[in-house]
Write a protein that binds this ligand. Structure first.
Ligand SMILES: C[S@@+](CC[C@H](N)C(=O)[O-])C[C@H]1O[C@@H](n2cnc3c(N)ncnc32)[C@H](O)[C@@H]1O
Length: 284
């Protein structure tokens, strides 16, 4: 067979169909995270009001541990012309994203009142602040009591004399089991997965996934391995670290529907809701 015949009989190569990038491929992970997980406005309202209740004055300086994209620090500085913030995270790429997207929108005066530090919160040395926040349960990455104690002691050192520490918290039977929870947001679905729970160590493996209307997905966009601490354990460690006063603010529930409300009250009543959110507050 001649090469001419071969060529003639060969089917024309099908032109590769140009694939449009999927929604998952085009998505910005940190933007999705901020939209689905964070509510800096609500958290800062809570911090401002509680700080005033506990100290009788306004908080002006704030340290944000595990700051990620520094969304909360940026919002804090924008709230008042005398507010200052320092954000600490050990992942340079997430700090860079925060600089390019959140900090880039600040004016010169606001820029002069914010600082981002690439460091491990366990051994960073900072000045002293009115308020410190460690939110989104990030401090649960410390799984040993001795390490948590070391962390709380260093936080206490970084507070002014009447300074207040804000930690968030969740509890209820659902945090001791594997489960998936989906939430529909504008243009994507947020999926929270508690993929594994060790009933002996209380160590939980969690993931955040994002699903899009074109069926594309970002699986395991973020992963966390936390020890699920009990509120009394954390409060005892705060006492051992030298904090003079502490309290637990728990999410309220609608008495008729049992739906959670965006309202937190200081309480030691622990009705047995399957899942509740809260804050533990401690004063130096
Ligand atoms: C769940 S994100 C929290 C982001 C934000 N603060 C929030 O409330 O959603 C956790 C962040 O903590 C950072 N991180 C984890 N361990 C850290 C450590 N020991 N020191 C500093 N940053 C840490 C990670 O790089 C990540 O950006």
């Amino acid at each position: 067979m001649s090469t001419a015949t071969l060529r003639k009989n060969r089917k024309p190569a099908r032109l590769a169909k140009r694939q449009e990038p999927t929604m998952a491929e085009q998505a910005d992970l940190h933007a999705l995270y901020q939209e689905s997980v964070q509510n800096a406005e609500f958290e800062l309202d809570f911090m401002e009001a509680t700080f005033k209740e506990w100290t009788g004055r306004e908080a002006r300086s704030m340290r944000e541990d595990f700051c990620g994209t520094a969304l909360s620090s940026v919002e804090w500085v924008k709230r008042h012309e005398k507010n200052t913030a320092i954000g600490i995270d050990y992942e340079q790429s997430v700090l860079d994203w925060g600089r390019d997207n959140n900090i880039a929108k600040m004016n010169a005066d606001q820029l002069s009142r914010i600082e981002l530090v690439n460091a491990n919160v366990l051994d960073v040395e900072t000045g002293k602040y009115d308020a410190i926040q460690a939110f989104n349960f990030s401090y649960w990455i410390f799984k040993q009591r001795a390490v948590m104690l070391q962390y709380f002691k260093s936080l206490r050192e970084s507070l002014v004399d009447d300074g207040v520490l804000f930690l968030d918290f969740f509890g209820g039977s659902e945090c001791y089991q594997t489960q998936k929870e989906k939430r529909k947001l504008d243009g994507f679905k947020y999926v929270w997965e508690q993929a594994d729970f060790n009933a002996l160590t209380n160590v939980m493996q969690c993931y955040i996934h994002f699903h899009f209307p074109d069926k594309s997905k970002i699986k395991r966009a973020f992963d966390y391995q936390w020890r699920v601490w009990g509120p009394s354990e954390i409060r005892e460690i705060l006492e051992d670290a030298g904090f003079s006063k502490h309290g637990l603010y728990r999410q309220k529930f609608d008495p008729k529907t049992d739906e959670p409300l965006d309202e937190y009250i200081m309480t030691d009543e622990g009705e047995d809701y399957a899942c509740w959110l809260g804050y533990i507050i401690a004063q130096k």
